[in-house]
Write a protein that binds this ligand. Structure first.
Ligand SMILES: [Zn+2]
Length: 344
């Protein structure tokens, strides 16, 4: 079968690999019908040292179950399923607490023996704990929005929860990528009174407004902090969603949080330490967040997608087949595209 591998920064190839297959009795074999490229895939695209053996890529996908191991109970052949960006058993102490990203028997896609989502098929370990069956046909018009439940919409929701978004709160979102835009959807869904989006690209800002952003701040760094302070009577935002992962964006997020407020960080940190330790200490600012346990959020967000109350699939502004994936990475890295959907 064909699948995507990364051999180093800027070096993405689509190659023939061994066919995905069942190994454990708890596995499912899923034929991928939709996948996508993630903002977090761009970190290795920028930094990965060149190597002889490629890394299998992709952790967001929807597909049709082709076969299941003898111990699988919750999905069967023919089901359309969505997979979260990590696999998990659904039964350990962390899964039961709704923190499937810390599953004691779970793991990530693309590790040895587990395929990546950016390919024709995937071996899904712990199928019962991982997969969620979708009550629609495989080419339903809702497919782009359903695909966001594997990562970006759940991650935006996690940022909003970690930032303690509630009705009446002033929310700020740092980062105008797909996760930040989904963070706007999540903040509105949770009842935020004002949503300040920090972003500057015209197409992203337009989408943010349609998703519910009430104010746009296009400045950066200290000027952005100053502008948000002006918009909030010098108090800052109650809830700040940090959806980038750079030290500079974290500094901005902490700088615009009001005393007693909370920052929910979901951008994978590219820095070693969290800035403004003293300032955030004296302002009693809570810093929360981490990788989103999207498996826990799929059931919560699914009805809103199925009934059209939220349309996170609008973050996809480009569609490609498998052979076009390398150019999809380039387009997202050059910020030509917000997020690329793959139809293998
Ligand atoms: Zn678990």
């Amino acid at each position: 079968m064909r699948a995507t591998l990364m051999y180093g920064a800027g070096d993405v190839r689509v190659e023939t690999v061994p066919d995905a297959r069942l190994i454990e009795p708890t596995d499912a074999l899923v034929r991928v019908t939709r996948a996508c490229i993630c903002g977090s895939d761009l970190w290795p695209y920028r930094k990965m040292p060149p190597g002889e053996t490629g890394r299998r890529m992709g952790h967001e996908f929807i597909g049709v179950v082709e076969a299941v191991g003898r111990e699988v109970r919750t999905v069967r052949r023919g089901d359309l399923v969505v997979a979260p960006f990590v696999w998990s058993d659904g039964t350990c102490v962390f899964c039961k607490a709704g923190l499937q990203t810390s599953c004691l028997h779970g793991g990530g896609w693309g590790s040895p023996d587990v395929d990546g989502g950016q390919g024709e098929a995937v071996r899904v370990p712990q199928a019962d704990g991982t997969l969620v069956a979708l009550p629609v046909g495989r080419d339903d018009v809702l497919m782009p929005s359903l695909l966001t439940l594997s990562d970006v919409m759940g991650t935006g929701h996690h940022a909003a929860l970690a930032a303690r978004v509630e009705p009446g709160k002033i929310v700020a979102v740092v980062g105008d990528g797909a996760v930040g835009l989904c963070g706007v959807i999540a903040a509105r869904r949770l009842g935020a009174e004002r949503i300040i989006m920090l972003g500057r690209h015209a197409d992203r800002v337009t989408l943010a407004r349609e998703f519910g952003a009430t104010d746009i701040v296009s400045e950066r760094g200290d000027e952005a902090i100053e502008r948000v302070r002006e918009l909030t009577h010098d108090l800052g935002a109650h809830s700040v969603l940090e959806c980038v992962g750079y030290e500079e964006s974290m500094r901005t997020a902490l700088g615009i949080a009001r005393a007693g407020g909370a920052v929910g960080r979901v951008g994978v940190p590219q820095h070693e330490s969290i800035p403004l330790a003293k300032e955030t200490f004296f302002d009693n600012i809570t810093i929360g967040g981490g990788p989103a346990p999207v498996r826990a959020y799929i059931e919560e967000l699914l009805p809103d997608v199925l009934e059209g109350r939220i349309q996170p699939g609008r973050v996809f502004d480009r569609v490609t087949n498998l052979e076009g994936v390398p150019d999809g990475y380039r387009a997202m890295n050059d910020r030509e595209s917000i997020k690329v959907m793959i139809e293998p």
